[in-house]
Design a protein around this ligand. Structure first.
Ligand code: ZN
Length: 384
C-alpha cells in the first residue's frame, strides 16, 4: 500500500477576505456561518478593536458572547473556552488577536466541531491559515503541535486594525513569510514533505514564490506605513504575503532548515527568549543560505534586504554572544533533531554545520555592515 505521505498535497482555508475596516462591514460575510458567536480576544485587543466589533455584530442581529483570552495557548485554556462555547451553544468561535489567541480558537473549534473564524490583529506570522496550533504550558513552555483535520473556515484580515499594531509585529511577519520560498525550494530539491501532508505541489511553490516576490518589492514601504499607522497599497500587499501567501506556501511547499533554527532557539532561556518567531526564522534563512553555499554576491542581497528592514542578524544582535558554548551546542542539536523540518534539506545537516554556518552568517553580516551604510526602516532597542 502507498502511504498517503507519498502523494502531493495542497490545503487551504475555505475563504480569505482582506481589507480596511472589514470587521465593521462583515455582517454579510458572516451570515452563512451561524448566528451565535463566541469572541475570544485578549484585554488589549478587545479594547482596541473587539468591543466595537462585538457591538457592530450585535446591532446586526448576531448573538455575541465575549471571553477574555488568558494569554497562553495551552490545553487548559482550550478546555476553559470550549466549556464556555458549549454553555452558550455557540455555533462559531471567532479568534481575534495574535497567534496564541488564534491557535486557542482553532483548538476550541476542533473540540466542538464548530466553525472557526480567524481575525488576526497583527500580520506577525502565518498561523491564521495553517491547520495546527502550537501548544504551551501555562508557564510558557513549548509542549507540542496539535494538527487538525480542518483549516479555519474563514480568515478576515482587517488592515485598519493591523496598521495600528506595533511595527515589530509586521517585521516578524515579514521574517516568517520571507523564509517560505527559500525553504520550499529545498523541499522541492529533496522531494521532501510539507505541512499539508505529502510532497509539495507546483501550486504551493508558486504561492511561495509570489510571497518572496511581494516582500522583496514592498517590505520597506509596508514597514513605513506601519510606523505611520496607515493603510497603503504596499501594506495591503505585505499583509497578504505574511498571512495568506506564507501560510499556503508553508503548508503547500514545506519547511526546511530556517524553521528548525527557530525550534533550536526554544532551548535557550532568558535573553534570547525576547525574540519573535519571524526574527529567528529570518536568521534561520541566512543560516540555510550559508549551508547550501550561496555565492557571496547573492548572499549580500539578502543581507542588504534584511538589515534594511531592521532584522537582527549577528550573534551579538541576538544576544548569542552571551550564551555558553554548551547552550549553543544544545541549540544546534535541537535544530537538527529527528523529526525537525531540517530533514527536508537536500543533504544531511549536523549540529556542527549549524554552528559553522552561524559563524559564517555572523562574519558576512559584520563585513557587510563595515563596508556599507545601512539605514534600517525599523529600529528596536532590544536588538544587540
Ligand atoms: Zn513560521
Amino acid at each position: 500500500m502507498t502511504s498517503s505521505k507519498e502523494f502531493k498535497w495542497f490545503g487551504s482555508p475555505d475563504h480569505y477576505v482582506q481589507g480596511k475596516n472589514i470587521l465593521l462591514n462583515s455582517a454579510d460575510i458572516l451570515k452563512p456561518y451561524g448566528s451565535k458567536f463566541l469572541l475570544l480576544a485578549d484585554k488589549d485587543v478587545y479594547k482596541a478593536a473587539g468591543k466595537k466589533f462585538q457591538d457592530y455584530l450585535t446591532e446586526n442581529g448576531f448573538t455575541v458572547a465575549y471571553t477574555e483570552f488568558n494569554g497562553e495557548s495551552s490545553l487548559e485554556e482550550i478546555d476553559r473556552v470550549t466549556k464556555i462555547a458549549k454553555d452558550k451553544s455557540s455555533d462559531v468561535i471567532i479568534g481575534l488577536g495574535g497567534g496564541k489567541t488564534l491557535d486557542t480558537s482553532k483548538g476550541v473549534a476542533n473540540a466542538l466541531d464548530i466553525s472557526n473564524i480567524i481575525c488576526p490583529s497583527a500580520a506577525s506570522c502565518d498561523a491564521s491559515c495553517i491547520k495546527l496550533s502550537i501548544i504551551y504550558t501555562e508557564d510558557h513552555e513549548f509542549v507540542k503541535y496539535l494538527f487538525y483535520a480542518h483549516h479555519p473556515i474563514l480568515i478576515m484580515a482587517d488592515t485598519q486594525v493591523i496598521a495600528q499594531a506595533p511595527t515589530r509585529t509586521l517585521l516578524a511577519g515579514i521574517g516568517d513569510a520571507f523564509s517560505t520560498y527559500y525553504e520550499g525550494l529545498e523541499v522541492a530539491k529533496s522531494h521532501g514533505h510539507t505541512l499539508a501532508g505529502g510532497h509539495p505541489t507546483d501550486a504551493g511553490l508558486a504561492v511561495a514564490r509570489q510571497c518572496a516576490d511581494t516582500l522583496w518589492k514592498y517590505s520597506y514601504q509596508a514597514l513605513e506605513a506601519s510606523e505611520n499607522n496607515t493603510v497603503t497599497t504596499a501594506l495591503e500587499k505585505v499583509v497578504e504575503a505574511n498571512i495568506l501567501l506564507s501560510g499556503l506556501g508553508a503548508e503547500g511547499a514545506g519547511l526546511a532548515a530556517a524553521h528548525s533554527i527557530y525550534d533550536g532557539f526554544s532551548v535557550l532561556k532568558g535573553d534570547p527568549d525576547k525574540f519573535r518567531h519571524g526574527e529567528e526564522v529570518a536568521l534561520g534563512v541566512m543560516i540555510q543560505l550559508v549551508l547550501i553555499g550561496t555565492p557571496q554576491k547573492e548572499l549580500d542581497k539578502f543581507i542588504e534586504f534584511l538589515l534594511t528592514c531592521g532584522f537582527p542578524l549577528t550573534k551579538k544582535e541576538f544576544h548569542l554572544d552571551k550564551v555558553s558554548q554548551s547552550d549553543l551546542e544544545a541549540f544546534a542539536k535541537k535544530s537538527t533533531d529527528k523529526g525537525e523540518t531540517i530533514e527536508n534539506m537536500s543533504f544531511k545537516v549536523s549540529p556542527e554545520m549549524i554552528l559553522e554556518a552561524l559563524d559564517g552568517v555572523d562574519a558576512a553580516v559584520t563585513r557587510y555592515r563595515e563596508t556599507h551604510s545601512i539605514h534600517p526602516v525599523f529600529v528596536d532597542k532590544v536588538f544587540g
